[in-house]
Design a protein around this ligand. Structure first.
Ligand SMILES: Cc1cc2nc3c(=O)[nH]c(=O)nc-3n(C[C@H](O)[C@H](O)[C@H](O)COP(=O)(O)OP(=O)(O)OC[C@H]3O[C@@H](n4cnc5c(N)ncnc54)[C@H](O)[C@@H]3O)c2cc1C
Ligand code: SF4
Length: 429
């Protein structure tokens, strides 16, 4: 639900306003953290929001799903009780009210096409518009937002928050065209012929890293993004009902992997009534999510086991029946405790639904459509470090497609940097 005013003020008062604020370098967006917290303490919520928005146009989103590295650099982090900066940011975004920023690019402004409306594309569009360029976002999906819309469920990031952020982008003059698939219904030469001076690829890393475990082709085995996208394909507010109508609930679900998408899938399955276990080949601290998500998942009944999945087992009729796992023993090594494969026989965890969360990478689509694009060895789009341009003239790249968007924060930073480089290129900065 977020903080109410009383709790927010109490938390803001706990901030010691350090002479050398260690939280500051923790936020890659450069938000004046002590400054906005001081304003909250003084009861000036609008001022606090204004201070945040100076460096982060998407406070309501970050206030909910930012990994909050700033809290790790808070002086109270070592005691396990850092200032709840992210929650305070959310409070300011939800309760502060500012006059909407309205802009319209001047007549004759150069036009930039942003392909993809995830956080990288949103951030780039915002800063391009602020540079007085005329911006159009082209999005393949029916709704804008990328993973924020089709990946992260409603209970962590409500659709209304996203709708509000896009409404603000539109007030800045950004046009958002959905159902526009670059390379299929919208071609590069067509974009340039219709007067755009630059194209920014922010198409994300939507392809799962495939698993080679036996049994992956059994019915009932999904990848994390497939599971979440399928359930949320008609909009996330209706996702639970829609998933039930599709017959997605299973008595038992095992999620194999780590990271926010593993836990989103686990909690979504749990909300469908399934008994859910996350199998993680590491310690809980290596789950790739913050302590808050671990705690909330536990409170929702999600179990966690440190084990290594080795194979999916079938029921003999093509459906998954379980996950065979090797136990991990805790052993003391030179560098402290570590996990080691146990010599005990593997166990089978019963599951009618298995969700693999192996991470993601860019799909092969752009490679096929634009064979002149250069790619990094890791499978990410190459861009020139100085200019941000890809190997195709006037085509730029940012976000997770370009290996710079593993988190929401990284994507926002990358989109902002790309906007500055495009504005430089077009002589608008
Ligand atoms: C389930 C899940 C939960 C997550 N939770 C968190 C979290 O809590 N905190 C965090 O920091 N990070 C989280 N992440 C990671 C974060 O969401 C990503 O790092 C971020 O979304 C990447 O942003 P992006 O803009 O590069 O790509 P995306 O968000 O993937 O957006 C890319 C967009 O491009 C569009 N597109 C692709 N191809 C085309 C085309 N040919 N034509 C037009 N449009 C196209 C796609 O439809 C999509 O809308 C999560 C990821 C997942 C999968
Ligand atoms: S955007 Fe993230 S890192 Fe920056 S202040 Fe907010 S919660 Fe902290």
């Amino acid at each position: 639900m977020g903080f109410n005013k009383k709790v927010a003020q109490e938390e803001a008062r706990r901030c010691p306003q350090c002479a050398v604020a260690t939280c500051l370098p923790g936020c890659p967006l450069g938000i004046d953290i002590p400054g906005f917290i001081r304003l909250l303490r003084e009861g000036d919520t609008n001022g606090a929001l204004e201070r945040i928005r100076k460096d982060n146009p998407f406070a309501a989103i970050c206030g909910r799903v930012c990994p909050a590295p700033c809290e790790e650099s808070c002086v109270f982090h070592a005691d396990g009780n850092p200032i709840a900066v992210r929650e305070l940011e959310r409070f300011a975004a939800d309760h502060g009210a500012l006059k909407p920023e309205k802009m319209q690019a001047a007549a004759g402004s150069k036009k930039v096409a942003v392909i993809g409306s995830g956080p990288a594309g949103m951030s780039a569009a915002y800063y391009l518009a602020k540079s007085n360029l005329s911006v159009t976002i082209f999005e393949a999906a029916h709704l804008p937002g990328g993973i924020l819309c089709y990946g992260i469920p409603e209970f962590r990031l409500p659709q209304k928050v996203l709708d509000d952020e896009f409404r603000r982008l539109k007030l800045l003059g950004v046009e958002v065209r959905t159902d526009a698939v670059f390379g299929r219904t919208l071609m590069l030469d067509e974009i340039f012929m219709s007067g755009f001076s630059a194209v920014l690829l922010a198409t994300g890393a939507g392809l799962p890293r495939f698993s080679e475990l036996n049994g992956m082709s059994l019915s009932g085995v999904y990848y994390d993004s497939e599971f979440l996208n399928r359930a949320q394909s008609i909009g996330k507010e209706k996702a639970l009902d829609f998933a039930i109508r599709q017959g997605m609930p299973a008595p038992k679900t095992v999620v194999v992997g780590r990271g926010p998408s593993a836990f989103d899938a686990a909690r979504f399955a749990s909300r469908l009534g399934s008994e859910v276990t996350v199998v993680l080949d590491g310690f809980e601290e290596e789950a790739g999510v913050g302590a808050d998500i671990l705690q909330e998942s536990r409170e929702e009944g999600v179990g966690m086991l440190s084990m290594q999945a080795v194979e999916m087992t079938g029921d003999g009729n093509g459906y998954v029946a379980g996950v065979k796992c090797r136990k991990l023993d805790i052993v003391e090594g030179e560098k402290g405790l570590r996990l080691e494969l146990s010599k005990e026989d593997p166990v089978v965890l019963e599951a009618q639904c298995v969700i693999m969360a192996n991470g993601h990478r860019p799909g092969g689509f752009l490679r096929q459509y634009l064979p002149h694009l250069k790619w990094e060895a890791g499978g990410f789009l190459w861009t020139d470090g100085q200019t941000g341009m890809t190997s195709v003239d006037k085509v730029f790249g940012c976000g997770s497609v370009a290996g710079a968007g593993e988190t929401l924060l990284a994507s926002l930073v990358s989109g902002k940097a790309a906007a500055r480089k495009i504005a430089d290129h077009l002589g608008r900065s």
